[in-house]
Write a protein that binds this ligand. Sequence first.
Ligand code: SF4
Length: 72
Amino acid sequence: MSLRITIDYDRCTGHGRCYTLAPELFDADDEGRPFLLDVESDDFPGQAWAAAENCPEGAITVSDNESARSSS
Ligand code: SF4
């Protein structure tokens, strides 16, 4: 399995749930905009799915070979 995480910056409004719920995968810049850390996302699948499912704007998509989920 190889998880692929994307952030749709057109939808993101900077609530910060992603980097609160998934601190191993996301961090925020000085303006509170999230960005993906350079880590192996497969090591933190629970955080990846939690971020996608809890993003209020449906801005995060996580996909693997078999499925894709987001909060949209
Ligand atoms: S939880 Fe969603 S809307 Fe909030 S900062 Fe993260 S990507 Fe943006």
